[in-house]
Design a protein around this ligand. Sequence first.
Ligand code: PLP
Length: 391
Amino acid sequence: MTNTIMNTYARQDVTFERGDGVYLWDTEGNQYIDALSGIAVCALGHSHPDITKAITEQASQLIHTSNIYRIRSQELLADKLAEISGMDNVFFGNSGAEANEAAIKLARLFGHNKGIQAPEIIVTDKSFHGRTLATLSATGNRAIHAGFEPLVHGFIRVPYNDIETIKQVASRSKNVAAILVEPIQGESGINIPDDNYLNEIRSVCDQNDWLMMLDEIQTGMCRTGQWFSHQHNKITPDVMTLAKSLGNGLPIGACLAHGKAASLFQPGNHGSTYGGNPLACHVASQVITTLENLNTNQHVEKMGEYFLNELNKHLGDYDNVIDIRGSGLMLAIELDRPCTKLVAAGIENGILINVASQNRIRLLPPLIISKTQIDEVISKLVPLISRFLLD
Ligand code: PLP
């Protein structure tokens, strides 16, 4: 491996050369089934013909102009996102962290406009919102803060899935402008809150005139069987952030706003050179169209249920398996011990998985995965876990 790349990732020693659907091939020609999709990015799998066509068509016509001009494909994508989400408008960036930066700035503007000098945002323990200074400060993981202090001020941290603590903060703090929360925590190992958690947050935000801001970067774009995970709760947030599957691998991030949050930014408040460029937006529109054409939400609901049942059937009786959980195609198997070794063992056995928080095997397969392919994942994964637990 070269040492000219900064040492920010503990990389596996494998290089992929080609992909097709849920499969990848490495430079030696070995085949892998992908149960991770580049961490919830390639929802339509690898080299989907619709996406390849959209990229080549747009690239041969126009890649970049500037946000100082109108951009047709950006306007079309914003209209489409507004239609499927019920939100009013969109700011485009290039990543999840940038989408959350926009959300944090919206919250601060909202607070300042109400006369709050130092607005605060409630965030949760074990959250992940990105690696820029503001988003890592919002993140509820000490390991991600370490070495980068002083952190950005203005975040109040509360336990996840705990509405009472949020209510206590409401009763004692006059400076809160917003709550930023993931509908399901992804990076810390698929933490699924109580069914009414988001509804309760919505009520507290309404009662206190706070912005409800949802980070749907991992949960969005049909991952849980709805366009956006909060749609299971039949609520509308004031702000929502997206990235990952929105571009199926082409970098794009989006911060959507609704109601009072939609008129906060004025020219000069925020911007991005590449954000909302013709290529990324044209491709993201195609991602939405293809997800729609494939009835992805219904498929994810069916496949998610099948996958979870199969995992329970094969692993549910193991004493060392603490929990098996999932929402749509966002699944985790929690063991009673650290199991990061399973990632390399998976690669040796032709399957790509991830381990979060040391002991949670995280599965985020492409949303196009079929029943037979889920059976293939199970046939590789179950022996891997049982051998590991016997060792
Ligand atoms: N928010 C959530 C919930 C995420 O899962 C991630 C990435 O894993 C991010 C934000 C940051 O996104 P990006 O890596 O594109 O900046």
